[in-house]
Write a protein that binds this ligand. Sequence first.
Ligand code: RB5
Length: 146
Amino acid sequence: MKIGIGNDHAAVDMKNDIVAYLEEKGHEVINYGTDTSESCSYPEYGENVGRAVVGGEVELGILICGTGVGISLAANKVKGVRAVVCSEPYSAKLSRQHNNTNVLAFGARVVGIEMAKMIVDEWLNAEFMGGRHQTRVDMIMAIEER
Ligand code: RB5
C-alpha cells in the first residue's frame, strides 16, 4: 500500500522508525514530514498529508507530532479527511471498521515505538464494515457541506 507520513520536530525519530517498519512490511511510504529537530508548525504537515490522501497521491496517511492532537486537528480540516488520534490499538482498529478513518495520528511523546507499531498494525489490517456504519460516516461527511 502507498502510505503518506507526516510529522513535526517532536516526532522525527518516531517517524523514521515507523517508515522503516512499514517498508519492511512492503509498503511504499511517501515522507511529507520534517526531517530535522528544528522547531516547526504541525498544521502544515497535517494539511499536506490530508491533501495527499484526499487527492489520491496516497491511499492512507499517518501523522505524528508530540501528542498527535494538533496534527490530526489540522488534517481534519481538509475536506474528505477522517483523521483519528489514538494511543492504543483498539480505537485504531475500530476507527477503521466503524468510522472508515483515512488518516491515523499518534503522539511521539505519548506512546513508545512498540505501542505505535501495534496501533499502526491494527489500523492498517482492519477493514471498513460498511452497512449501518456507512450511513453514519455519510452523516459525518455531510457536515462538511453545511
Ligand atoms: C510541539 O511542541 C507540539 O505542540 C506538537 O508536537 C503537538 O504535540 C501538538 O499538538
